[in-house]
Every structure is written in structure tokens, then in C-alpha cells.
Design a protein around this ligand. Structure first.
Ligand code: GMT
Length: 379
């Protein structure tokens, strides 16, 4: 294959709010900007995908509800659409993000096509596709099968590479390609956003997540409830989902005037540039893209020392790491950075430099391009 020829790449991901979908959309956008043709295949347009851009296409997977099935099936219509798009657009690569069910659908799609029309399959594991579903006997063997039949497997951290070997017993090659984030320009000024949030001199603590149980919102609230004096900060939660189930906890902890929630925010950069300190209390995390997003805006985070987070934050250099589950230590680390503005700025600047040097599109996207070229050369 001509190594300079632009590639035709199909990308499948979850389109709604979530780290793997954000990463996949950003990757597609970057690849199209670099001259490749990119075809997203999913049940909805990925929410960060630009409305129109050269060489960027979206193919919806349509699910008919026949009322026959207790559980509607997505894997088969997805695989049929993948095969159709691969054939019609002569895809070189099908790059699937999050194994379940995308990797299985890709392997099936490939086998539906004659040999000369088969794309290479690249599977990127993002987190719970290994750590949770990989350990489930109802999913594990199917994930293992799809990985074994992928032309390349990548993980977003060293931690997840080891977990994939351990949990799934997968002994094939795995390339670690960390996540990247390329912020868009904010639409509003820092002052405008802080005014919208009703912030005066308080330090803005940011937490952005989909609020699933493993994010441990209970620990997050417990932590901020222990920070004194309370007038020194406000916690802004950017929720990918509904916050209502946690409202009673906010009230019980006396945090009604300290917690501000924004649900399903699209202009995330507006809020990131207004933030002073991130706070992340997850019990597991393969990478934690939200920490990187904050780092890009020179906002350091206090986070739990779990999973791949130590690959993103260097303790005392680009943020603070605290043992999981210890609300007192988390609160102490946050309070220290609330009170010491100079230290906060120092860690924030180092965080921003580290984001640029290690986790920018310029560094990461060529690694995916090199991988695509390599698998395309395999015979
Ligand atoms: O695996 C998940 O729970 C979902 C996934 C997602 O779609 O948001 O999150 C994972 O992928 C992100 C992007 O690579 C990582 O930043 C998250 O750390 C990871 N979540 C977990 O490992 C729990």
C-alpha cells in the first residue's frame, strides 16, 4: 500500500456523553483534517462531531422494533451497516471504540464480505469493556474472541493493558495509545461564565463525569462537605446525565449553597477555563479524560490514585493523588490547593505543559495513523 495515500476509516463508538465517544469523535475529526476519509457508524451522530466538515460522514444504524424480542438487538444491524459502509466506501480500516458490542459487530461485518473487500479491524478498549464486562462470563469469551480476531488492539493506558491481560487472559499484542484532548476555543469569557455560575472570589472546584456509581459522587460530596471554611469554594458539577438522585445528599450535607450543577453541557471549554481545581473521586478509571480536559486549561486536579490516573497526573507536579476512599485526605489536599493559589497555579501550568507534551492530538493521532498503516501492510 502507498504509505502516503489517505486512508478510508470507519469509526464506531457510543455517540452520547462519555469519554470513549468523545475520544472517538475527536480522533475522527483530526483524521479528516489530516486528509483521511472518515465514516462514523453508530445509532446517533456522535455529540461532538461537527455538523459538517470535509471528508467526515455519518451513517446511522436503524433499529426496527418488531415487538418480537424482549431485548432489541443492536449488534446485527450494526454489523450489517458496517459491512455495507465498508463495501460501498472501500474502507481500509474499521476502528471500533469500546469492545461491547462494537468489536464483535466488526468481526462479523468483516466476515460478511469477500476477502478483497475486508477492512482491517482495530479495537480500542476504553475501560469497563475490560474491567467490568470482561469479567462477566456472559461477555468475557465474546470480547476475547473479538480481540483475538482484531488486526490490532489498543488500550488507553498501561493499567488497562495489564487489566486486559489479567481479566480476559488475552495474550495477543496490545499497543498502549493514551487519550488526547484538543480544546476548542471557549465561546464566553471566564468572567461571563463565573457570573453565570454566581461565583465571586470563591475557588471553583470542577467535577465532570457521567455520575455512574464508579465515579463515587457520594465520596465527592462527602469530601467537599469536609472542606472548611465553606465560603472559600463552590463545587460545579458538569453532569453527563441526571443529577436529581444526588440532590438529597447535597441537602443532607448542608451543601445547597455550595454545589452548582449543569447537565449535559456541550460547550465544556467555557466551564473548563473558568475552573480553578478539579476533584475526581472514582473507585476505578482507566484514564479519566475529564482530568486531561481540565489540565488543558491549566486546572490541576485532586484525584484518587486508582487505575490509569497516575499515568495522567504526576503527584505534586501536575496535580495531587490521594488513596481511594479517604474523604479526609481528599478534603485536606483540596483545602491546601484552595488556600495556596501560588501552588495551584504552579501545578496548573505544569499540568497544561504535560497535556501538550504527552496528550495532544499532535502527539497521539500520528500513533493511530502509524498503526493503521502497519495493519494495512499485513497480508
Ligand atoms: O468504560 C467506561 O466506563 C466508559 C468509558 C466511556 O465511554 O466514557 O470510560 C472509559 O473511557 C474513557 C475514555 O478512554 C476513560 O477516560 C475512562 O477512564 C474510562 N472509564 C473507566 O475506566 C471507568
Amino acid at each position: 500500500m502507498d504509505s502516503a495515500r489517505p486512508l478510508k476509516i470507519g469509526i464506531t463508538c457510543y455517540p452520547s456523553v462519555g469519554g470513549s465517544g468523545i475520544l472517538a469523535s475527536a480522533l475522527g475529526e483530526e483524521l479528516a483534517q489530516r486528509g483521511h476519509e472518515v465514516h462514523f457508524i453508530s445509532y446517533e451522530r456522535p455529540f461532538r462531531m461537527p455538523a459538517s466538515a470535509p471528508r467526515l460522514f455519518f451513517h446511522p444504524v436503524v433499529i426496527n422494533d418488531y415487538g418480537l424480542f424482549k431485548y432489541p438487538d443492536y449488534t446485527l444491524p450494526l454489523s450489517v451497516k458496517m459491512a455495507e459502509v465498508s463495501r460501498d466506501h472501500q474502507l481500509d480500516i474499521l476502528h471500533v471504540h469500546y469492545a461491547v458490542p462494537h468489536a464483535t459487530a466488526a468481526i462479523l461485518a468483516r466476515s460478511m464480505l469477500p476477502l478483497e473487500q475486508q477492512p482491517r479491524v482495530v479495537t480500542t478498549l476504553h475501560g469497563t469493556d475490560t474491567t467490568l464486562l470482561g469479567a462477566d462470563p456472559g461477555y468475557g469469551p465474546a470480547i476475547h474472541h473479538a480481540l483475538t480476531h482484531s488486526d490490532a488492539v489498543t488500550t488507553v493506558s498501561n493499567f488497562l493493558q495489564l487489566e486486559t491481560q489479567r481479566v480476559l487472559g488475552f495474550d495477543g499484542p496490545i499497543e498502549v495509545i493514551h487519550n488526547f484532548f484538543e480544546p476548542r476555543p471557549a465561546r464566553r469569557s471566564r468572567e461571563e461564565v463565573r457570573r453565570e455560575l454566581g461565583l465571586r472570589d470563591e475557588v471553583m472546584i470542577l467535577h465532570a463525569s457521567n455520575l455512574r456509581p464508579l465515579k463515587r459522587v457520594d465520596l465527592l460530596l462527602e469530601t467537599v462537605a469536609r472542606i472548611r471554611p465553606r465560603e472559600t469554594f463552590k463545587l460545579v458539577i458538569l453532569a453527563g446525565g441526571k443529577f436529581a438522585p444526588f440532590a438529597a445528599d447535597v441537602h443532607r450535607l448542608g451543601l445547597d449553597d455550595r454545589v452548582i450543577v449543569r447537565e449535559n453541557v456541550l460547550d465544556i471549554e467555557d466551564y473548563l477555563q473558568a475552573a480553578d481545581l478539579g476533584l475526581f473521586t472514582s473507585e476505578t478509571e482507566s484514564f479519566c479524560l475529564s482530568i486531561l480536559e481540565a489540565m488543558c486549561f491549566a486546572c490541576p486536579s485532586v484525584a484518587t490514585r486508582v487505575g490509569g490516573i497516575p499515568e495522567v497526573i504526576e503527584d505534586n507536579v501536575t496535580g495531587r493523588l490521594v488513596p481511594f476512599g479517604d474523604a479526609d485526605q481528599l478534603a485536606r489536599a483540596a483545602k491546601n490547593l484552595i488556600e495556596d493559589a501560588a501552588l495551584r497555579v504552579k501545578l496548573g501550568r505544569a499540568a497544561q505543559a504535560s497535556a501538550r507534551e504527552q496528550f495532544s492530538a499532535e502527539v497521539i493521532v500520528p500513533r493511530y495513523e502509524a498503526l493503521y498503516r502497519r495493519v494495512c501492510r499485513q497480508d
